[in-house]
Design a protein around this ligand. Structure first.
Ligand SMILES: [Zn+2]
Length: 388
């Protein structure tokens, strides 16, 4: 069964196609072209969305929950509710992200998340929901000095043995790991994780500049919520942030909610990393899409008031949604919608090694795409060719 979609324009996102034709068969994209160059194939249903924008589905590589569900505590069957909620904000794939918890609890969560990932791979039903694609391990290998709200008693020094235990519990589904490179033992774990294809991301770190450089030499390729939970930038003590902003081997992500990082500093970050290496994340917690109140983030209790999440006075994740982050980038930095979309689609896909399947609208890719208004509001989310 083939379906062709058209709209005012399409962001691939590297290319803009006016009056596009996007042809889908069995959940895959089989053609992307301009209607000037390609006719609607005979016998194919044409869906015309009108004068709006088609773009790849958003990918969120740092997400702790939403719709009242915490990814470390939810049963794997409950995650479909989270997946449905995420599609209302244009997200079609995400990395459930852990926080530092007792090792047994973390391993239990990793097993459940691995179940959810494998169930998502096997599913071919009608339900339109964002899928968990891999696990982001945020902790336990974090700096005590820059731990944010991760409980100090749950932080451990990195060893290959503990990494292996986590890896086994997750049945190899760890695709991303945030680690502080300056802790003794970290470099060895960075090397091994990179060797296994994990996107090693520096974060929750007090690293000085040369240590951060050495971590990149060892295989680190990304940075986690740049500026937050990092040794601050100082013009005579450049530290990890100067490395993150200047090294072209690194992509980096940021929480563009206007609360975690001031809008002018979001702009500075976007200028430094550019349209190829800037990545948007939400760091969203279970409270996202819910009223103000008290919520769970792994083992941590978080108070949410007026869009701000805190635990004992420290920022504790966000209630940001990806569509809002994309619109904020157009507002904070004056980026056009196409480039802002890129930071939530192709760039994260490349950072974590998913760009052969997702993050791009091209022939052969999974048919996960969104319909946006010109202002970047999500009008529709299509997953594996379904949901229009
Ligand atoms: Zn987080």
């Amino acid at each position: 069964m083939r379906t062709a979609f058209t709209a005012g324009r399409l962001y691939s996102p590297t290319e803009e196609i006016v009056s596009p034709l996007l042809v889908v068969e069995d959940g895959r994209i089989i053609a992307v072209a301009s209607r000037k160059n390609k006719e609607v194939p005979i016998g194919v249903q044409l869906v015309d969305f009108g004068d709006v924008v088609l773009a790849p589905g958003f990918l969120d590589i740092h997400m702790h929950g939403g719709a009242g569900l915490d990814v470390m505590r939810a049963a794997s069957s409950e995650l479909s509710r989270l997946g449905e909620f995420l599609t209302t904000h244009g997200v079609t794939g995400y990395f459930p992200t852990t926080v530092a918890a007792p090792l047994d609890a973390t391993c239990g969560a990793l097993e459940r998340l691995a179940d959810a990932i494998e169930a998502g791979q096997a599913a071919n039903g009608d339900s339109v929901q964002a899928r968990p694609l891999g696990i982001h391990l945020e902790g336990p290998f974090l700096s005590h000095k820059r731990r944010g709200v991760h409980p100090p008693e749950n932080l451990v020094a990195p060893t290959l043995e503990i990494f292996e235990r986590l890896w086994q519990a997750a049945r190899g589904h760890i695709r991303m790991m945030t680690i502080a490179p300056e802790i003794p033992g970290a470099m060895e774990v960075i090397k091994e994780a990179a060797r296994r294809g994990v996107c090693v991301s520096m974060g929750h770190s007090d690293a000085e500049f040369p240590v951060a450089q050495a971590a990149v030499d060892a295989g680190a390729r990304h940075a986690t919520h740049t500026f937050n939970a990092m040794r601050p930038l100082d013009h005579r003590d450049p530290g990890i942030i100067a490395e993150v902003l200047t090294d072209e081997r690194l992509s980096a992500d940021i929480i563009a909610d206007g609360i975690h990082v001031a809008p002018a500093v979001v702009k500075l970050f976007l200028q430094a990393k550019g349209i190829e290496r800037a990545v948007l994340i939400t760091d969203a917690i279970s409270a996202t899409g819910m009223p103000d109140g008290r919520y769970q983030l792994g083992p941590i209790l978080v108070d949410v008031k007026d869009g701000k999440c805190t635990s004992n006075g420290s920022l504790a994740g966000s209630v940001l949604t990806m569509d809002r982050a994309v619109r904020n980038v157009t507002e904070f930095a004056g980026w056009n919608l196409q480039n802002a979309v890129r930071a939530a689609t192709l760039n994260p896909a490349r950072s974590v090694g998913l760009a052969t399947e997702r993050g791009v609208l091209a022939s052969g890719m999974q048919a996960d795409f969104i319909v946006l208004s010109k202002q970047g509001e999500v009008l529709k989310t299509i997953v594996r060719g379904r949901g229009f």
